[in-house]
Structures are given as structure tokens and as C-alpha cells.
Design a protein around this ligand. Structure first.
Ligand code: 2AM
Ligand code: CA
Length: 269
């Protein structure tokens, strides 16, 4: 059992907050104003990729300086097992397309796992001016404000977040699932950042969220924030969240949503 008062968790939490704050500032302040329309020597996509890589380097450099024995798993390639039992799971820029277009919903996502279990999660969303963070057993917060999921509405009144992958075949299937869901719920939102979607469930801004095709770095931090705010998280019925399917919802919605997604085949292409 994890002791929530453990000093190690406080250390990891403080480091994750500081690394995310620095990377968030780098991405916010370093984004050219004309990024989406830039016709400079490098394409806008190259600029985003460069920012992404610079943010990951900043994060891994900062964390490795303070915790040289820890492992890493990062979207931009950071991968090392470490020897301490702690592994950092990092998405330096989640919501890349929003960042490219100048939409505000993008975030830096940093989680710390101990022996494979997420114990700390930080999602820094600079253009929202919010930092969502959680420590296992200590609850979830946005800044100092405690987060709590919304009480579950009747299913047909639920506001669901979701997202679509980049592959055509997967997107077609995902659109088909949405086509069948739309008439059964209040509405659907497609925010563009899985990490922020999970934090929006935590904050009661969405009733539920589901998506197929996420990577560990998209979901690790946000899923802990959601759970610590009272959400249930998982994948297909009886399974943990994974690349196959990630579901997060307030407890009254979670089971029915999981069952419906199973029936609709939301977990396969
Ligand atoms: P990204 O912005 O870092 O690419 C969008 O629906 C959400 O899913 C975003 O969090 C996006 O992360 C992630 N995502 C979708 N498809 C992905 C893919 N093929 N590879 C990596 N991340 C993906
Ligand atoms: Ca991502």
C-alpha cells in the first residue's frame, strides 16, 4: 500500500510540477505568433516538432539532474529503464494540432510511476492558466482548488469527450462509433488533448471521456488526476485503460458507457 504522506511522493510531485511549469512556459513563450501561417525556411510542422523535442529535453534534463537513477518514457523518444523503480512518463506537448493552430487546448503531461503504478500526475495547460495535479491517495487539484467529478446524469444527458486517431481506417471506425453515440447522449466534445480531456472529467467539465489509440504518455498523468477526483478509469470491461481503449467517467456513468462502447466495438479498428 502506498502511504500518501510518504516524502518520496512529495518530492516527485514537486519535481513534476516544476518541470511541467518550465516546459509549459517554453512552449507558450517560444511559439511564433504566425506559426499556423508561417512560410519561413522550416514548415510549421517542423517548428512544432522542434518545440516538442526542446520541451522533452528540458523535462528529462531537469528530472535527471535531480533523480539520476529514474527511468523515462517519452513521446519524443526518451526511453530508459532506470534503477530506482521510478519511471517518468512524459508527453511534452499533448494536443499538437491545437498548438499548431493556436487553439488553447494543449498541455504538458508528466507522470511518475513506481513499480508500474502511477503515483504522481501533472497536466500543465498554459493557455488555460491551469495546472491539474494529483498524488496517489491525496486527491486531485487545479492549482490549490480540489477537483471532483460531476455527479452522474442520466445517460442520455451525459456530455462525452472523445478524440480521433491519425490513421484513416481508425478514424472511419471512430466516426461510426460517434454516429451511434450522438443520438444517445447530450452531446460530444472533441478537445484535441487526451490529457486535458481526462482533467476535464476530473473537474466536472465533462461527464465522461473515451478514446481508442492513446499511448501511455497521453493518458498516465490525466488518468491519475481523474481517479483522484473520483472518476473510474479503465479500458474494455474488466480491463485497465490502454491503447486499445481508455474510458474515464463519474462512477454512475462508467459501467453503462463501458458496456455501450463494448457493444459498439469502440476498441477495434
Ligand atoms: P498528440 O497531440 O500528442 O498527438 C487527440 O485525439 C489525442 O490523442 C491527443 O492527445 C493526441 O496526442 C493523441 N493521439 C491520437 N492519435 C495519436 C497517435 N497516432 N499517436 C500519438 N498520439 C495520438
Ligand atoms: Ca500526446
Amino acid at each position: 500500500m502506498t502511504d500518501p504522506a510518504e516524502p518520496l511522493l512529495t518530492e516527485l510531485h514537486d519535481l513534476a510540477l516544476e518541470a511541467a511549469r518550465r516546459a509549459g512556459a517554453l512552449l507558450r513563450d517560444g511559439r511564433p505568433d504566425d506559426l499556423a501561417v508561417a512560410r519561413t525556411k522550416s514548415s510549421p510542422i517542423d517548428v512544432v516538432t522542434e518545440m516538442d523535442i526542446a520541451a522533452e529535453k528540458l523535462i528529462t534534463g531537469f528530472l535527471a539532474e535531480h533523480r539520476p537513477q529514474d527511468g523515462f518514457l517519452g513521446e519524443e523518444g526518451a526511453s530508459s529503464p532506470g534503477t530506482s523503480g521510478i519511471r517518468w512518463v512524459i508527453d511534452p506537448l499533448d494536443g499538437t494540432v491545437n498548438y499548431l493552430y493556436g487553439l488553447p487546448t494543449w498541455a504538458v503531461s508528466i507522470a511518475a510511476e513506481r513499480d508500474g503504478e502511477t503515483v504522481v500526475g501533472v497536466v500543465e495547460a498554459p493557455m488555460r492558466g491551469e495546472t491539474y495535479h494529483a498524488v496517489l491517495g491525496r486527491g486531485a487539484h487545479a492549482g490549490d482548488r480540489p477537483l471532483a467529478v460531476r455527479p452522474a446524469p442520466p445517460f442520455d444527458q451525459a456530455l462525452l469527450g472523445t478524440g480521433f486517431g491519425y490513421l484513416k481506417i481508425r478514424r472511419e471506425r471512430q466516426a461510426e462509433v460517434v454516429r451511434q453515440l450522438i443520438p444517445r447522449v447530450r452531446d460530444i466534445r472533441r478537445g484535441g488533448s487526451a490529457a486535458v480531456d481526462l482533467c476535464d472529467v476530473a473537474a466536472g467539465r465533462l461527464d465522461a471521456y473515451y478514446e481508442r489509440g492513446l499511448n501511455p504518455w497521453d493518458l498516465a498523468a490525466g488518468a491519475l488526476v481523474a481517479r483522484e477526483a473520483g472518476a473510474l478509469t479503465g479500458g474494455r470491461p474488466g480491463e485497465p485503460e490502454s491503447g486499445e481503449l481508455t474510458v474515464a467517467a463519474s462512477p454512475g456513468l462508467f459501467g453503462p458507457l463501458q458496456e455501450l462502447l463494448e457493444e459498439l466495438g469502440a476498441w477495434h479498428d
